[in-house]
Write a protein that binds this ligand. Structure first.
Ligand code: UDP
Length: 474
């Protein structure tokens, strides 16, 4: 019998592409569906780490019933300008890319359902016109999802900017959100970033259902609040926790040298440092991080990017698209002093294989949601180094509510994390009691993640329920 057809639509950025692609693979491999995976392309196509993107989307890496469909390219120079900040840029290109959605859907055949990224909600109107059930995969934590639903209410009820509120924000039934942790996009009303964030978050309630990349045992309190609190009940469509959805990845040849170096290190002894698909640091911070790692006397693998003073998401659109010679900006003597103890990798490393390796014992992470889930699934304690988007909120939840991360302290009035502080947290995670406590907690959660995904587990059953509904549609 012919498999039922579902369409999946990611927005731009690896952090969005990865979970939608992996979820699609799961739907094909375990739920007997046929997926058309739409791709927004641009005339310049260096959108978010194109090398990594290209590898993920290699047809030979995809199951046969997962078909890539490229949407007509967006002329980036026409619709964007250099003043645009990251979310505005992503949303503007996405909106332009979606102009062809209706005709593409009619071309490839009306599917049983459309699953879109959280920043593709313009697709909901097309779904209504064509009578297609519309779903979104929320690629963030449940805590951030809850905050975002409540943000629409805050926009309506708070006078002035959220950035000026004197007290933390009490999201109904959930933990408080500190003002200093707020994502930039929610802080100041009078900005395009704020408008785009409000636009999409206010439209999630229009979906027929929302898939959450989390699971029952990972964020139980927040899930309960969303299901039971009167505010959330009034604004939330059906929710389906289906995570953790993370990428499957084998190390490529370029990683052979440091993967075999990892093989020779003791278990849980190496700290991995990587700041997501776009994270960058200032020159001053790179110097402190270098000497902090050296001072810790612990082993490390550090994915380094060129320093930028402008923005901590500086390379979001072009990781690896230009030359990166770390010896030009790392402090003099650092590479010599750490030879044999640490490995420096320019721009990009296959993160999942490194986290999976038994020698990896800690991860300095920017707390992007994919990185967070990959870390839990591989049982590695985290040092939280949030940079942009909702990462500060994630870092607080991971350190203070879930107990799987340590946050370095930054001196009042300073933005740079000093070398002694870095050395302290690295030592704590690799050889301290606190590291062991966190490691036990992460490994408990890893077990719950495995159970959730197994046949009969909560996440697996959630997907089955929705797929059955789709299949029952005439
Ligand atoms: N990643 C990687 N190698 C790197 C940096 C990042 O493989 O050197 C991958 C990482 O495994 C994750 C994704 O890039 O799957 C980053 O997604 P996340 O949601 O953590 O952060 P974002 O990039 O969206 O800020």
């Amino acid at each position: 019998m012919k498999r039922q057809h579902v369409v999946v639509l990611p927005s731009l950025g690896l952090g969005h592409l990865i979970p939608l692609l992996e979820f699609s693979k799961r739907l094909v491999l375990h739920h007997d569906l046929q997926i058309s995976f739409l791709i927004i392309t641009t005339t310049t196509d260096n959108s978010s780490s194109s090398a990594a993107n290209g590898q993920l989307l290699q047809p030979s890496n995809l199951p046969p019933d997962l078909h890539l469909v490229q949407l007509p390219p967006v002329d980036v120079d026409k619709v964007t300008n250099s003043e645009m900040q990251i979310l505005t840029r992503v949303c503007t290109i996405t909106e332009e890319g979606l102009r062809s959605l209706k005709s593409v859907l009619m071309d490839i055949g009306i599917p049983k359902a459309l699953i879109v990224d959280l920043f593709c909600t313009q697709a909901f109107e097309v779904c209504r016109e064509l009578s297609i059930p519309a779903y979104s995969l929320i690629t963030t934590s449940v805590s951030f999802f809850a905050f975002s639903l409540y943000f629409v209410e805050l926009d309506r009820t708070v006078e002035g900017d959220l950035a000026d509120l004197p007290e933390p924000i009490q999201v109904p039934g959930c933990g408080p959100v500190r003002i200093e942790d707020l994502l930039d996009q929610a802080r100041i009303r009078n900005s395009d970033e704020y408008k785009w964030f409000l636009f999409h978050t206010s439209r999630w309630r229009l979906a027929d259902g929302l898939f959450l990349n989390s699971w029952e045992d990972f964020e139980p309190v927040t899930l309960q609040a969303i299901r039971e609190n009167p505010f959330f009940k009034s604004v939330t469509p059906s929710i389906y926790p289906i995570g953790p959805v993370i990428k499957q990845e084998e190390p490529d040849e370029s990683a052979a040298e440091y993967m075999s170096w990892l093989d020779k290190q003791p278990p849980d002894s190496v700290v991995f440092v990587a700041l997501g698909s776009g994270g960058t640091l200032s020159g001053e911070q790179i110097i402190e991080l270098a000497w902090g790692l050296e001072l810790s006397r612990q082993r490390f693998i550090w994915v380094v990017r060129k320093p930028t003073e402008a923005s901590s998401s500086g390379t979001f659109f072009n990781v690896g698209s230009d030359t990166n010679s770390p010896e030009e900006y790392l402090p003099a003597g650092f590479l010599e002093k750490t030879q044999g103890v640490g490995v420096v990798v320019p721009s990009w490393a296959p993160q999942v294989p490194v986290l999976h390796h038994p020698s990896t014992g800690g991860f300095i992470t920017h707390c992007g949601w994919n990185s967070t889930l990959e870390t839990i699934v591989h049982g590695v304690p985290m040092i939280a180094w949030p940079l942009y988007a909702e990462q500060k909120m994630n870092a607080t939840v991971l350190a203070e509510d879930i107990g799987v991360a340590i946050k370095p302290k930054v001196k009042t009035g300073q933005t740079v994390v000093g070398r002694e502080q870095i050395a302290r947290v690295v030592r704590m995670v690799i050889e301290g009691d606190e590291g062991n406590t966190i490691r036990r907690r992460v490994r408990e959660l890893k077990e719950t993640a495995t159970k959730a995904l197994d046949a009969g587990g909560s996440s697996h059953e959630s997907v089955c329920r929705v797929v059955e509904e789709w299949k029952a549609l005439s």
